[in-house]
Design a protein around this ligand. Structure first.
Ligand code: ARG
Length: 662
């Protein structure tokens, strides 16, 4: 049930006799925040009155006179300067709820025009362990996939693995120089990870040494700039507040620059110290002074088909995939396709040739480039040395997807830092046969530590994803399975049930916390907050679900019993908390539609949290087992049953599970 859409149609009909172009006015409908003003409010009379040159309250009256909504609403009221307030009738609410009973879709219809939507998400660079940064794409992409599919679209998910890049040069180099074949083959995943980390550390060490001088210079410059700004502030005319304000601002910005320069320098120094202070590492660093360029050479050899490197790549790739698949299993995420970058390699030369033949690409300094009027820098599709790039692969991927899946929409769930890449890609795609396909960069911000800086361990490497999941599950166990809480369960909770609960709650907490922020904002990762039973957490919603199940269990009723009770005793509202809950339940479809509109699962999160809150109010105010009459009890059992299912389905669309008791 999508009440605003329904209302909009009715308003459009009513406006037909009043103005031309009424649709724009008809869409001005909002749910109210204060029940005093009804459930929905239409704000179109004021702007319309300007257009018609008449009094807004009179215009509102004309609209109300023409409006046919008595099957849904009580008599519309005109308030203030011309707001039209609308309150749903209890009959409408009750019959809508009755229709939801026993319906797996909870009365959410499938969309009228089905789109084919490809979602490109997760897409990690394999051969290095997944870290906290990979959470966002994986979790947001999965939630979008589940939700869009539920509302009726044909969704195709594709994990565009980075399985062809420098990271393979890194492990190939590591294997050749530091690897013991027997040790590696005995425990490939762990050993390859170790080799990756070692070589990467030595590369970072070289880079840090190379950068140190300019980083020091940056600190010196920033220090000078601070001193200059300080002097400017001191000499600023005390009588001129504008000048003083400007000087203060200048100083603050110079200070920020200094903090950041110091931070970058300290990070580089820490990388150098970590190697210098370890005799084994510093010996290796001494023995491999050109490791950074050597790794690039190994990568280039792989790309040129060097038999030894290709054989190593073929041998290692399955282990790298095992490593990430473990994480996907744990997160309950899967993909229709996992076509990595390597899959498109045979198509790249053709893509470049096609771009050239269509006059889109041309040579510049030995490289092949696509020049775009809207960008200063061109998109390079083949480097001087003949190597293809990330962008070339993405163009080949677009072609392949168009030919094989015929999408109407492609969503790329990728970090905001790749915005420029996607802007260029989409611009080229527009001339490359994809003008009919809606291409969207579903971008997202950074996961920060509790200190507000990008999340790192003390040694400076990114925190591994698996470790993080384990921590969340441990924390969840402490919170929901502590002795005090466990004491009340009858029958008592076995260890295995406790573990299952901790897993569902812990993993759910990480996903939900991520999804609860608008994807474009950065957020601070705090395990303690995200697993808490209070606040904006999945634990709270899961707990609300468990409460619904407890009530149904105590009443010994399931939803099909409730359906029979409704037929026998009828239903009615006798307490405002019942009506408030009903109003939330019928808004499920609205919440799902907005998720698609903005590609923003946080809107579903908000909806579930609001529903859980309203449900808690209902619980406080409305006895179910001790209800005064059978009709009241039936109404309440219906609300409890539907709320439980709504929370379960809604969390499920976010990829978060529930447990029957906790
Ligand atoms: N592997 C890339 C990275 O980790 C993300 C790939 C996103 N998808 C795409 N089609 N470019 O940065």
């Amino acid at each position: 049930m999508h009440v605003p859409n329904l209302l909009q149609q009715r308003f459009a009909e009513a406006l037909l006799g009043i103005t031309e172009g009424g649709d724009a006015f008809a869409s001005m409908i909002r749910p109210t925040s204060d029940p005093k003003h009804g459930d929905y409010q239409a704000n179109c009379a004021m702007p319309l009155s300007k257009k018609l040159g008449s009094n807004p309250r009179e215009v509102a009256q004309r609209i109300v006179d023409a409006l046919k909504v008595d099957d849904l609403f009580e008599n519309p009221e005109i308030a203030g300067p011309g707001f039209i307030n609308l309150k749903l009738t209890d009959d409408f609410l009750l019959s809508t709820l009755r229709n939801m009973l026993g319906d797996v879709r909870l009365s959410v219809p499938r969309v009228e025009s089905e789109q084919t939507i490809i979602i490109d998400f997760s897409s990690p660079n394999v051969a290095k362990p997944m870290h906290v940064g990979h959470i966002r794409s994986t979790v947001i992409g999965d939630a979008l996939s589940r939700t869009l599919q539920f509302i009726g679209h044909r969704v195709i998910t594709d994990n565009h693995l980075g399985d062809w890049g420098t990271q393979f040069g890194i492990i190939i180099y590591g294997y050749k120089h530091f690897g013991d074949p027997e040790v590696v083959m005995a425990n490939p995943v762990a050993e390859l990870t170790k080799l990756y980390r070692l070589v990467n550390q030595l590369i970072e060490y070289r880079k840090a040494i190379g950068a140190l001088e300019s980083l020091q210079q940056a600190v010196t410059d920033a220090t000078t700039a601070v001193a200059k700004s300080q002097a400017e502030l001191e000499s600023a005319d005390a009588e001129d507040p504008q000048a003083k304000k400007k000087a203060k601002k200048g100083l603050a910005s110079a200070e920020r620059r200094l903090v950041s320069a110091n931070g970058t320098q300290a990070a580089a120094q820490a990388k150098i110290d970590a190697v210098d202070q370890d005799s084994k590492l510093s010996q290796l660093a001494g023995e491999h002074p050109k490791i950074d360029t050597a790794v690039l050479e190994e990568t280039a050899k792989l790309h040129h088909g060097d038999p030894e490197n290709v054989a190593l790549w073929e041998r290692f790739l399955p282990y790298c995939k095992d490593e990430i698949n473990r994480v996907y299993d744990r997160l309950d995420v899967d993909f229709d396709h996992t076509l990595g970058e390597s899959f498109y390699q045979p198509m790249l030369a053709d893509v470049v040739a096609k771009l050239e033949s269509q006059g889109l690409a041309s040579e510049s300094d030995g490289a092949i480039c696509v020049f775009l009027p809207e960008f200063d820098a061109p998109m390079i599709v083949r480097k001087q040395d003949g190597a293809f790039l990330y962008a070339t692969t993405d163009l080949a991927t677009l072609q392949y997807r168009r030919e094989h899946f015929e999408p109407t929409e492609i969503l790329y769930v990728v970090d905001t830092r790749q915005s420029e890449h996607f802007e260029k890609l989409f611009a080229v795609a527009n001339h490359f046969g994809l003008e009919q396909v809606k291409l969207v960069h579903v971008n997202f911000g950074t996961v920060l530590g509790e200190d507000g800086r990008p999340m790192k361990t003390r040694s400076g490497t990114l925190i591994g994803l698996e470790g993080l999941l384990n921590d969340a599950v441990d924390r969840a166990k402490q919170v929901v399975c502590n002795p005090e809480r466990l004491a009340v369960f009858d029958p008592p909770m076995e260890e295995s049930e406790q573990e299952a609960i901790a897993e569902t709650v812990g993993i759910g907490a990480i996903k939900f916390a991520d999804l609860s922020h608008h994807r474009t904002s950065d957020y601070r990762f705090s395990l303690n907050k995200m697993v808490s039973l209070e606040g904006r957490t999945s634990t709270y919603v899961q707990y609300s679900f468990a409460r619904t199940q407890k009530i149904l269990e105590n009443a010994q009723k399931c939803e099909s019993d409730v359906i029979e009770m409704v037929a026998e005793h009828g239903i009615e509202f006798t307490h405002p908390a019942e009506r408030d809950l009903a109003l939330m339940l019928i808004r499920f479809e609205e919440a799902l539609q907005t998720v698609h509109k903005d590609y923003a699962p946080n809107l579903l999160v908000d909806y579930l949290l609001d529903t859980a809150k309203v449900y808690s109010k209902f619980n406080e105010n409305c006895h179910v087992l001790k209800a005064e009459t059978e009709t009241i009890q039936t109404t309440r059992l219906m609300l409890v049953s539907l709320t439980g299912r709504m929370l379960q389905v809604g969390l499920g669309l976010l990829g978060v599970g529930v447990v029957p008791r906790m």
